[in-house]
Write a protein that binds this ligand. Sequence first.
Ligand code: HEM
Length: 560
Amino acid sequence: MGVSALVAEEVQGAPAQAHLDKTTADWGLHRLADGIDQKDADTPDNWIPRHPKILRLTGRHPLNCESPLDLLLGAGFVTPVSLHLVRNHGAVPKLDWKTHRIEVGGLVNNPVSMSMDELVKFPSITIPVTVTCAGNRRKEENMIKKSIGFNWGPGSTSCTYWTGVRLCDILKHAGVKSPDQGAHFVCYRGPKGELPKGEDGSYGTSVTLAAAMDPSNDILLAYKQNGRWLTPDHGFPVRMLIPGYIGGRMVKWLSEITVTKEESNNFYHYHDNRVLPPHVDAELAKEEGWWFKPDYIINELNIQSAAARPAHDEVVSLKHNKPYKIKGYSFTGGGRKVIRVEVSLDDGSSWRQATIHRFEKPNPYGKYWCWVFWDLTVETFDFTRCKEILVRAWDSSQNGQPAVITWNVMGMMNNCYFRIKIHPHTDASGNIGFRFQHPAPIELGKLGNMGWREEEHLRDEAIKTVTTEVAAVQAAAPKPPGSKNVYTMEEVSKHTTEESCWFIHNGKVYDGTSFLDDHPGGGDSILINGGLDATEEFDSIHSTKAKEMLKDYYIGDLQG
Ligand code: HEM
């Protein structure tokens, strides 16, 4: 069976409902995306159906997306696969069920090369798991200072059923050696040559052998999501699934598992998914070897909560005092339980307890893998007495959320209080009420408004611009059209190939040709912007360091 046949296949019956309250999942919603989005048309992913409403966070390619909060939570406890967040570092590999193999080796007595047909013969389990990118809510951090990661909103979390074979069963089958015999880690990776960096261009990482062998952790080689074979974006034909861990450890397109003495030496294991102290920027991290200090790795998710209602830019009338339901999600990591969600309408002086809606039962070892939804009913007049809605949660280890952000260079694990500002609002007919403003939503509000952290950021940036860039621009004499380094749009649009690839950023023309092979985001992401204005896409993705690098590729200005 080829990829397209598998993707198009009908639901194979809903998965076992062992951990689910049957009334909560609307299986009718769980259809896959059924068409090629025009945004993918001229990218290497032009064979993958994707939902038109996903929010693309790194332009058209590679796909990194989350869904608008309203749509995500509106879909219920189980997220439709087409709305599930996607984190791709490059083009999606085109793999075939029939030829794909998983090699299991290293410190094992019987190395195994396993086909997919062989893998699915092992006993499997089906469990609901919330998968979250460690960069969830990174945009809020980036508004304080740009990290090296692109903007994620609060929607980079999703919950689906996953079906797969336990990693511990596969390791036992291969005759895994014991810690006494030097076995301490399980390393695993996707296909070689997939990504621009690292020795073999694969995305790989590791977990401890102790975690891998513990059946209470439910670590799976997953091959189905919501009852269907995986889609290409989610790792077809098989991926690692580690409940309660950050998404970055759940390697897709799983190709090799190796039991080792040391943790993974893959480039992405060290240079991704770390929380470094706030004084460490990208340069210092490299200079002082911070990427290799073992204490800064992140595995288990931290306690998190966010509100979907009131939505960003939602307006509530004050004509009558009415009940209003504030609602959102919360999750935590490591199998812990979310035990408390609290809302403050008085700047944190007092906290009201929200009602938690829990849809899963713990696994047989008492561990929880899924988000909860919560709500709290207040009265609209309550909003007259406050400027902000604050939300925070607690888990069963008494971990709470901090009030403020601690910035880190990768912009990861931001779980500060979710803060929604409340502004007085008068509509066109003179009715008074309130408008709500989220911190840093990915899409603009209906009224065209941005988040409050973005507004603060823009104010800071504007001050910097006035003092530096504008002064420099004013000092430079304007160049007449047709002179050596002023280009028309028509001229720029001719440079779209590997031999000559130009693009525009903020009215300046850049020649990215010589950087195609070395670009950390892959040559394709620059190529598909060849001849175009890439300002918006470039700014949403890149760090300050990357922006500084641009000047090396500057060749002139755009006419006008
Ligand atoms: C010569 C121009 C460019 C330079 C110097 C450059 C530099 C970089 C650098 C240093 C990174 C690593 C992350 C960071 O430090 O921000 C990166 C990542 C990336 N860049 Fe560029 N870039 C260029 C052009 C572009 C263009 C035009 C696009 C498309 C709009 C693009 C898309 C990406 C993507 C998708 C990533 C990967 C993000 C991820 O997966 O984390 N780049 N680039």
